[in-house]
Design a protein around this ligand. Structure first.
Ligand SMILES: C[S@@+](CC[C@H](N)C(=O)[O-])C[C@H]1O[C@@H](n2cnc3c(N)ncnc32)[C@H](O)[C@@H]1O
Length: 374
């Protein structure tokens, strides 16, 4: 298992040393730098940039959407960047795509011409010519060179790319054509879905709200299931801490688990007759369970992160070795990276191995930890 002794520094320093040691990569570095459109949740782009700096050293960036989207130049080849980001998955960097084609408004010429040129670039690319399923993922700034909607831009591009004889899909594509239209420039790149961190457009994971859905919080667990590849049906008995009104509890019940929900606040009435649910209307500091009663522990308390870590740690006797924990951590601090490290340290001292720490698209001012007890 991967060591998260120091989640941020250890891994990133290790990655940097590996990057430095590889002579072939050094030669590629001499050839050039790579350029990217990088996206984080709103307000968290500075932390995504700091993650890139720790991985790759110097980062030159231009803001395209404040706090959210950056155009970034890195002193490494695209292959190195993809490799490093895959082996040290970032917490805040939600999505990236390589800039392989760009057009600047001030160079003169009309936007329509630029779209023609962009289509010509895509049509000539062997990666798209060889793909049977292509996703066209356009995004734009609010005041952008493209005045229509992104849906219209997508339709326009797909019509121009019909000569590729590929099926245009939203998900599970072989290749993605990513396009970002800013105020002054258009950027595009072609990449494999797994190389963009997320195969959703800009990493924005969209779920349909279900009829009678109890809370939006449910989307966080749905996204954790998909992003971390967790098979919730494989668990037997779950403890849900800070469960009310019950979005996560309803998700766990739907996956066939027996659930104990702990919260002083009321659970949604629609859940109360569930035969597989026990509700304890208590503070999580006051409850007692059997040793190793649960094989899954989830916690979404929206509370002080250090107190959450302490409280959850004190309940870990009730989780079997090999059991999974999913915990959201509020980022109340101005130094979120130091805070995350502190919380991870607390969990590691309680025999928890951190599998992933990630700000999911549905996390607002928080991140999600996915851990396994050893
Ligand atoms: C964001 S809500 C949880 C939403 C829930 N995951 C869902 O899907 O509906 C946070 C909940 O944590 C509960 N909470 C806060 N501190 C707690 C504590 N010490 N013990 C138990 N629950 C707590 C609050 O009462 C609140 O209902």
């Amino acid at each position: 298992m991967r060591g998260y002794g120091n989640y941020f520094w250890g891994l990133y320093e290790l990655r940097s040393q590996e990057l430095e040691r590889n002579e072939e990569d050094d030669k590629r570095d001499d050839i050039g730098i790579s350029h990217w459109i990088c996206t984080a949740n709103h307000g968290f782009a500075p932390y995504a940039q700091e993650e890139l700096r720790r991985l790759f050293g110097a980062v030159k960036s231009t803001v395209l959407i404040p706090g959210e989207v950056l155009r970034v130049a890195l002193q490494n080849s695209a292959e190195q960047v993809i490799e490093a980001v895959s082996s040290s998955p970032p917490v805040f960097l939600r999505h990236l795509f390589p800039i392989e084609w760009e057009w600047h408004g001030e160079e003169g010429g009309k936007l329509e011409e630029s779209i023609e040129k962009l289509a010509a670039f895509a049509l000539a690319d062997p990666r798209l010519q060889g793909a049977s399923r292509i996703a066209v993922q356009p995004r734009k700034t609010e005041q952008s060179l493209w005045e229509g909607t992104t849906a219209e831009l997508k339709d326009t591009l797909q019509a121009k790319l019909s000569g590729l004889h590929a099926e245009f899909v939203v998900r599970e594509a072989d290749m993605i054509l990513s396009v970002f239209v800013g105020r002054e420039a258009v950027y595009a790149g072609i990449s494999r879905p797994e190389h963009n961190i997320s195969d959703w457009n800009g990493g924005a994971v969209r779920f349909q709200r279900e009829e009678g859905q109890i809370s939006r919080a449910k989307f966080k667990l749905l996204e954790a299931e998909m992003t971390f590849g967790i098979d919730f049906r494989a668990f037997r008995e779950a403890l849900d801490i800070g469960a009310a009104p019950g979005g996560w509890t309803s998700f766990l019940l739907e996956r066939g688990l027996t659930v104990t929900a702990v919260d002083p606040a009321k659970m949604h009435p629609s859940l109360l007759n569930s035969p597989n649910l026990t509700v304890l209307r208590k503070n999580a500091g006051e409850v007692k369970f059997q040793e190793q009663q649960f094989d899954l522990l989830v916690c979404d308390m929206s509370w002080s992160p250090k107190l959450t870590a302490k409280l959850v740690s004190e309940l870990l006797y009730a989780l079997v070795p090999g059991g999974t924990a999913i915990v959201t951590v509020k980022l109340l601090s101005k130094k979120p990276m130091a805070l995350i490290q502190e919380v991870i340290d607390t969990f590691q001292q309680s025999r928890m191995q951190v599998q992933r720490a990630k700000q999911l698209f549905h996390n607002r001012d928080e991140i999600t930890l996915y851990m396994i007890k050893y």
